[in-house]
Design a protein around this ligand. Structure first.
Ligand SMILES: [Mg+2]
Length: 307
């Protein structure tokens, strides 16, 4: 894994704003609330990010299990909407059960599910390489494509397209080899997890590790790739539309998107016309979120310390 920090994370997002939907901020000022319970009755559907909202790594965030139980008790529809490219609907219920959540597989949609829909329609897989652990839940759909982790990051001749899928076993040496072997070449790029970084707790401290968006950003920066990458997860609209349509939502303002990252959860939710709730217990924990919001120019409807 490649460790980064909050300033680097923000720089990456700022550098790639043209990859994302246009900023569309709420017209009313942001409200500070104590928790989601205060505003639940305003919404028909709650969409929730996973990492930094429900859990850090595989550890649930204090109180999140209880709040989700309360949302279920009230009969409020919800869906976890995560850029988690190691979890698809086939394994989602088990993954969340191991973290203490009782979600059904229909209550979780990930950018891996969206990427898989695309993989099912993809022709010419032999010209594609991908970044992901050599054993991955989508292995059947990835068959025919070249796994770059297994080649220590070196892109073979004959490859003209790269899918950045999952970062958990990708390291700095692999990234350096990727960049070196890509010099002087142009690729089609696709990103299964557009996040630049994700928080995890190691020895009681929050660390931010680079995720596939970062690997793509770094490749583009170092080798002057011209193609705009195709993004499958938040902040792009495909994943949000998929969930909203499944719930029969006709008024986007009746959807609340809850997240911990301005550039994915809040930017994406705002662009859809959803209301947005930024939590301070994830990637921005221990920092002044008002300053981060002012710097980013991406404004949530609500801010709370945690769910
Ligand atoms: Mg998050």
């Amino acid at each position: 894994m490649i460790e980064i920090n909050l300033p680097i994370l923000s720089q990456c997002y700022v550098r790639r704003m043209e990859w994302y939907p246009a900023v569309k901020n709420p017209l009313s000022p942001t409200q500070r609330i104590r928790g989601i319970a205060e505003i639940l009755d305003q919404f028909e559907l709650i969409m929730l990010d996973s990492y930094g909202v429900l859990c850090r790594g595989t550890t649930p965030i204090d109180g999140a299990i209880e709040v989700m139980a309360e949302i279920r008790r009230m009969g409020k529809a919800f869906c976890v909407v995560s850029n988690d490219t190691m979890t698809n609907q086939a394994v989602a219920a088990d993954r969340y059960a191991a973290r203490g959540f009782d979600f059904s597989s229909n209550e979780v949609v990930t950018s891996l599910d969206i990427t898989e829909s695309w993989l099912k329609t993809l022709d010419g897989k032999e010209s594609w390489a991908y970044v992901a652990p050599t054993v991955h839940p989508s292995d059947e759909l990835l068959a025919g494509m070249t796994n770059l982790n297994g080649l220590n990051g070196v892109v073979p001749a004959g490859i003209d397209s790269i899918l950045f899928l999952a970062g958990s076993t990708w390291n700095a040496e692999m990234q350096a080899n990727l960049v070196e072997s890509a010099r002087g070449r142009q690729f089609n790029l696709a990103v299964g997890n557009p996040d630049m970084g994700a928080p995890n707790v190691v020895d009681g401290r929050i660390h931010i590790y680079a995720t596939p968006g970062y690997f793509a950003d770094n490749l583009v920066m170092e080798t002057g790739q011209q193609a705009k990458p195709q993004l499958f997860g938040k902040p792009g609209g495909t994943i949000f539309n998929y969930v909203a349509e499944r719930h029969g939502i006709t008024d986007p303002s009746k959807v609340l998107m809850v997240g911990d990252t301005l550039y994915t959860d809040i930017l994406g939710g705002n662009a859809m016309g959803f209301k947005t709730l930024l939590l301070e217990c994830g990637v921005y924990r221990g920092t002044d979120v008002d300053a981060v919001i002012a710097e980013a120019g991406i404004i949530p409807d609500f801010i709370a310390p945690h769910l």
